[in-house]
Design a protein around this ligand. Structure first.
Ligand code: HEC
Ligand code: HEC
Ligand code: HEC
Ligand code: HEC
Ligand code: HEC
Length: 217
């Protein structure tokens, strides 16, 4: 009598542990953000490579002409146009991309086909916006403005941290401080924690405001 009860009880424990383990594993794999705090990345509607556009280095990428190419070394502000003047950096509309990609890049490239379809160069369903997924996002109660940071770091290059494979002069040279080497990223990921401690430490070291109302609504 006792033996089967123990056996069933044991099986129950094993089953519960299995469920808990599965939960932890899916939680870990599915949502690295809450567990690790940062290093988050998402697949985007178009697999946009910062490497090709922003890097100045030789790349593995084989271009439509069959040659490997150097990155184009575009300024970050070429696309993120409002970063030096506003709170948001801004992502360009697909029509901006299409100004080059109507003709540039292989005709049958599947990612460029998604782009050309969204820009209404191919297909007949009209233009449609590309819904890029946000990689960096602070909670709603926090206020962040790019403009003063770009201005301060451009004027104080000794405060810039992390290196970049892209343009090092001007505003483009300071983004690495908070975003890492984006010019070397095939897919953007968050590499700095951008938690309150990091913001406040830098504010304290550089004479920027540290009162709660400076950063919180
Ligand atoms: C100033 C011109 C220019 C602009 C603007 C531009 N690109 Fe590109 N892009 C290029 C060049 C050049 C290549 C390399 C083409 C090749 O592989 O032959 C490229 C490559 C790509 C590729 C990779 C294609 C492949 O062969 O794998 C994608 C995807 C892409 N661009 C998306 C975009 C998106 C999205 C935008 C807008 C945010 C954009 N591009 C804006 C010039 C541009
Ligand atoms: C040709 C246009 C183009 C250039 C040049 C460019 N970017 Fe981007 N960037 C994009 C697009 C499109 C996205 C949205 C898709 C993605 O996340 O990859 C993006 C996304 C980002 C993000 C992530 C935004 C988020 O969701 O949190 C960061 C950070 C970023 N770019 C920084 C840079 C930096 C730094 C440079 C210069 C080294 C740069 N970009 C150059 C077009 C560009
Ligand atoms: C002092 C740190 C810091 C610096 C320097 C910085 N960023 Fe950001 N960036 C952030 C933070 C924090 C966010 C998330 C903001 C939010 O969620 O409100 C962000 C978000 C972004 C985004 C996505 C949202 C948006 O604003 O459009 C892009 C694109 C971006 N940054 C590009 C850049 C570029 C390009 C540079 C350099 C010219 C740069 N950043 C410099 C901290 C920084
Ligand atoms: C690399 C250092 C550095 C980091 C990291 C940094 N800041 Fe700043 N921040 C500054 C400096 C310096 C200023 C003042 C610039 C000026 O106006 O001269 C400033 C200004 C600001 C302002 C404007 C304050 C005002 O009222 O004038 C806000 C808001 C802000 N930062 C929020 C943040 C938040 C939120 C984070 C973290 C996600 C952050 N900062 C990370 C250096 C930094
Ligand atoms: C320089 C910018 C900055 C200043 C100054 C600042 N904070 Fe924050 N705070 C942040 C950022 C960014 C976050 C969101 C990221 C995080 O959770 O660390 C945050 C998050 C928080 C949170 C939520 C934490 C959580 O776990 O969700 C609280 C509470 C908070 N701050 C309180 C304060 C108080 C109180 C002060 C004044 C003593 C203050 N903050 C000053 C940037 C700042």
């Amino acid at each position: 009598m006792l033996v089967p009860v123990l056996a069933i009880g044991g099986l129950g424990v094993v089953a519960v542990m299995g469920v808990v383990a599965a939960f932890i594993i899916t939680g870990w794999l599915g949502q690295p953000i809450p567990v690790l705090g940062f290093e988050q990345t998402f697949d985007q509607p178009i697999d946009f490579p910062h490497t090709i556009h922003a890097s100045l280095k030789e790349l593995d990428h084989v271009a439509a002409d069959g040659q490997t190419m150097e990155g184009l070394g575009q300024d970050c502000t070429f696309c993120h146009r409002t970063v030096t003047t506003q709170a948001n950096a801004g992502i360009p509309p697909v029509a901006f991309c299409a100004s080059c990609h109507q003709v540039i890049g292989a005709e049958d490239n599947d990612q460029l086909m998604i782009l050309r379809d969204a820009a209404d160069i191919v297909g007949d369903d009209g233009p449609s916006p590309v819904n890029w997924r946000r990689v960096h996002r602070l909670p709603d109660h926090v206020r962040f403005v790019h403009e003063p940071h770009i201005r301060y770091l451009t004027a104080n290059p000794s405060e810039v941290t992390n290196s970049t494979d892209g343009v090092t002069e001007g505003p483009s040279g300071v983004c690495s401080t908070c975003h890492g080497n984006v010019a070397a990223m095939q897919q953007v990921e968050q590499v700095e924690s951008l938690k309150m401690g990091q913001c406040v430490d830098c504010h304290r070291d550089n004479g920027a405001p540290t009162d709660c109302a400076a950063c919180h609504y």
